[in-house]
Design a protein around this ligand. Structure first.
Ligand code: PEP
Ligand code: MG
Length: 569
């Protein structure tokens, strides 16, 4: 048995297809006929371009614009004369074979990009490697498993899967993925969830332990793989698979339905996104809105700040894409663990307690103003809700709101349209904000509780520190009391309270949050339908009583055990 990180749920039984990373053997050969080598190189480049164009079109049709962009980048690499023409000159000047010349040029560019300060440029090294290896395989005539043309249903086992692998493969024949490397947020993991193909990543030596043709069974939730199982295990997994498929079918039936308790309390089920491309997944999972658009991704992986125009286009795309449903867009939340290469920041002892998010935006107003201008301009395209991250005092909230007013006056003076219906709210992720939420509630339209940070600040536990992760617990009674207090304080002022931290999509937390009176739950797309299924089966009155009982318990452990016992989990 192997154990990895469950990346995409599903129960799979099937035959393994192990994709070997065939090492390309490149030898230096002295040649006399340069023309033959050059034409070998050029025709390999042409074949690769044709392949990439096909892959790009397939990705565009099946996965969307965002996923297709990477192949456009690969095509650009091949069209760049710096690469191919440098290899041609090398063949002519040094009288060497095509594969050797191209490989040398590849290594030169890769090490140049890898040594750059800018993370975005460093990542381009991987693109250059991926695309030149494609050309090299054509020159060398190395056959690779054609994932687009699989003879039978298989479980793909690989060190890792490249974007080209996931884009080209015949999805009907791929039962699941098992990879040696990767975490929950690696490319393969994200793709497996988007494609809804069961997957386990980070298995370390799946490609060593599993042989081509082995029979494997795995659970994409728990991360367990069993190689060549006995009859009993096979029948257990077959039963699990049937149950899972029935569960999925039941979820499908929930699309288009309201999210409401058995006694008629409606709540809003929204999704968290990082880019406009993620809207597709929300629509597929029937999200009722966006509860958190983390705009920092617009600022990352590049060499300068995004312009007002570029931001406007991104916000507009999300507002239009969700066709009038409410969209919470969070203003820049940079700092802490999220850094920008082009924004020089001092080294800090405690970056999570440092110069970040709204603190940075109020200090560097020009950055904040550009973003707010783009947001207000986009507001005419849908139902926009602006949200500030990391507010820790009333002063900060009032200052941020003042900048909004300034921006609106600017736009008005310039004759640029914006909506008057934009709601302005804040995240509750700092305990000081939770404690004065009665005061803050008077000045906002809504709160959205960010438990990811609220837990770390309330319990003084770094959310990234594995060693003390046992202390990072959403069932901590102190955290639960704060959440209850925030929701009550919002309601006293007639405002709504949502949650966009991971806890909002957690099956064990949902009953408690529902009982607390939470109005909006925002989560990753894949958790939406399971959350609707659960909420629609619960009674609000019962959950109110249940959540009161939960609050009377003294430890996180007791609370978790009580929820598990009550809901048979
Ligand atoms: C949170 O802190 O709960 C949150 C949603 O923000 P992030 O995870 O982006 O810090
Ligand atoms: Mg946060």
């Amino acid at each position: 048995m192997l154990k990895g990180i469950g990346a995409s749920p599903g129960i799979v039984l099937g035959k393994a297809l192990v994709i070997e990373d065939t090492e390309l053997v490149i030898e230096r050969k002295m040649i006399t006929d340069c023309e033959t080598e050059i034409s070998k190189l050029r025709s390999a480049v042409e074949v690769s371009k044709e392949e990439l164009t096909k892959v790009k079109e397939k990705a565009l049709a099946e996965l969307g614009e965002h996923e297709a962009e990477i192949f456009e980048a690969h095509l650009l690499v091949l069209e760049d004369p710096e690469l191919v023409e440098s290899a041609v000159s090398k063949i002519n000047d040094e009288k060497v074979n095509a594969e050797f010349a191209l490989n040398e040029i590849k290594e030169m560019f890769v090490s140049m990009f890898e040594s750059m300060d800018n993370e975005y440029m460093r990542e381009r090294a991987a693109d250059i490697k991926d695309v030149t290896n494609r050309v090299l395989r054509h020159i060398l005539g190395v056959k690779v498993v054609d994932l687009a043309d699989l003879a039978e249903e298989v479980v793909l086992v690989a060190h890792d899967l490249t974007p080209s692998d996931t884009a080209t493969m015949d999805k009907k024949k791929v039962l699941g993925f098992l990879t040696d490397i990767g975490g929950r947020t690696s490319h393969t993991a994200i793709m497996s969830r988007t494609l809804e193909i069961a997957a386990i990543v980070g298995l370390n030596d799946a490609t060593k332990e599993i042989k081509d043709g082995d029979f494997v069974v795995f659970n994409g939730d728990t991360g367990e793989v069993i190689i060549n199982p006995d009859e009993e295990t096979i029948s257990t997994y077959t039963k699990l698979k049937t149950d899972f498929e029935e569960y999925k079918k039941a979820l499908e039936l929930l699309k288009g339905q309201a999210t409401a308790t058995t006694d008629g309390r409606h709540v809003e089920l929204a999704g968290n996104i990082g880019t406009p491309g993620d809207v597709e997944g929300l629509i597929k999972n029937d999200a009722e809105g966006v509860g958190l658009y983390r705009t920092e991704f617009l600022y990352m992986d590049r060499s300068d700040f995004p312009s007002e125009e570029e931001q406007y286009e991104a916000y507009k795309a999300v507002l239009e894409g969700m066709a009038g449903k409410p969209i919470v867009i969070r203003t820049l939340d940079i700092g802490g663990d999220k850094k920008l290469d082009y924004l020089l920041m001092d080294e800090e002892m405690n970056p999570f307690l440092g110069y970040r998010a709204i603190r940075l935006c109020l200090d560097r107003k020009e950055i904040f103003i550009t973003q707010l201008r783009a947001l207000y301009r986009a507001s005419v395209h849908g139902k926009l809700r602006i949200m500030f991250p990391m507010i820790s005092s009333l002063e900060e909230l009032l200052q941020a709101k003042e900048v909004c007013e300034d921006v609106k006056s600017q736009l008005k003076a310039e004759g640029i349209a914006y909506s008057d219906e934009v709601e302005v709210g804040m995240m509750i992720e700092v305990p000081s904000a939770a404690v004065i939420s009665d005061v803050l509630a008077k000045h906002v339209d809504f709160f959205s509780i960010g438990t990811n940070d609220l837990i770390q600040y309330t319990c003084a536990v770094d959310r990234m520190n594995q060693k003390i992760s046992y202390l990072y617990n959403q069932f901590n009674p102190a955290v639960l009391r704060l959440i209850k207090m925030v929701i009550d304080n919002a309601h006293k002022e007639g405002k709504w309270a949502g949650m966009c931290g991971e806890s909002a999509g957690d099956q064990l937390m949902i009953p408690i949050l529902l009982g607390f009176g939470l109005d909006e739950f925002s989560m990753s797309p894949i958790s939406i339908l399971p959350a609707r299924k659960l909420i629609n089966s619960l009674s609000f009155e019962d959950m109110k009583k249940f959540s009161e009982e939960v609050l009377s318990l003294g430890t996180a452990e007791e609370i978790k055990a009580y929820v598990e016992k009550t809901f048979n989990k």
